[in-house]
Design a protein around this ligand. Structure first.
Ligand code: PMP
Length: 295
């Protein structure tokens, strides 16, 4: 008998799975799905604001690029994927703010690794409520540590693939929580700054905004791209530049971006206050610009 799970989805939630809408409890994939057996698959985390999908094209494109990199043909076009998300939103009356989790798994196969012994990838759309950082953290900013876990080497599984294997990031997050911090900064194999366990990273110095290029080992964040555009459109200089921890330690401000996080200040790293240890003016301005842009 399974234990009561306080994190179980609401039973009335409807899940879109391979073209059908089913109650959350009946939304199941096989124990032979390679997504479960090997983490073979990919996903997207997408925001809905006011009943509209934010940066839908960008997310579907990234999903299809992840699929392509994994040599996984999801068997659905961009239009069909958009239609699936629309159906999941409608089934759940998602007319306000929410979150969509879009998942592609390799599908059922034999117990070997081979993708040639699998058939029929599965696609899942979960349209649900969003869990943000607690509101207070947007006022105070995040405390971070540098993780001892290295971000995936680009010649290993590319960090630009949003794959179903997030163990590296999960262990980095556990490490942060164990240290009493909110997030973990992950370095690449060369020891330079890549990103955080679930967010991209920016540093501000002398009014200029810096972020590592994605070749440094980060996900090509949709929020990252949007914030860079917003900043440039509002007169800021944004430079993609390799960063080391020193750059973060001596920055005037640092902030993180992500679908769930939006824009949030990082005010402490490895017990050192960044700037004056409070969210800085450029971070606050970008947070406002971001909020205005999604409404
Ligand atoms: N890096 C990682 C590792 C992520 O998982 C995410 C998404 N949570 C991000 C960065 C931010 O990307 P996006 O803005 O597209 O959500």
């Amino acid at each position: 008998m399974a234990r009561e799970n306080p994190f179980a989805p609401r039973p009335e939630l409807k899940i879109w799975i391979d073209g059908e809408l089913v109650p959350a409890r009946q939304a199941c994939i096989s124990v032979f799905d390679h997504g479960l057996l090997y983490g073979d698959g990919c996903f997207e985390g997408i925001r809905v604001y006011n009943g509209r999908i934010f940066k839908e094209n960008e997310h579907v494109r990234r999903l299809l690029e992840s699929c392509k990199a994994l040599r996984l043909d999801p068997g659905r076009s961009t239009a069909e994927i958009k239609q699936a998300m629309a159906e999941a939103m409608k089934a759940n009356n998602l007319t306000g703010d929410g979150y969509i989790r879009l998942v592609v798994t390799r599908g059922v196969g034999s117990l070997g690794l081979s993708i040639h012994h699998t058939a029929c990838p599965s696609m899942i759309v979960i349209a649900a409520a969003i869990q943000l950082y607690p509101p207070g953290l947007y006022e105070t900013g995040l405390t971070c540590i540098t993780s001892s876990f290295t971000r995936n080497h680009p010649n290993s599984i590319s960090p630009r693939i949003k794959s179903l294997n997030y163990l590296n990031n999960i262990l980095a997050q556990v490490e942060a929580r164990d240290a009493g911090a909110d997030e973990a900064v992950m370095l690449n194999a060369e020891g330079r700054v890549a990103e955080c366990s679930g967010d991209n990273i920016f540093a501000v110095r002398d009014g200029v905004i810096y972020t590592p290029p994605t070749s440094e080992g980060s996900l090509e964040g949709v929020t990252r791209g949007h914030v860079m555009e917003l900043a440039r459109a509002n007169g800021y200089t944004v430079i993609e530049k390799n960063l080391v921890r020193h750059d973060l330690y001596v920055a005037d401000e640092c902030f993180l971006t992500g679908t769930a996080a939006e824009v949030i200040a990082m005010v402490k790293l490895d017990h050192r206050p960044i700037g004056d240890g409070k969210p800085g003016p450029i971070t606050k301005r970008l947070k406002e610009l971001f909020a205005a842009s999604v409404r």
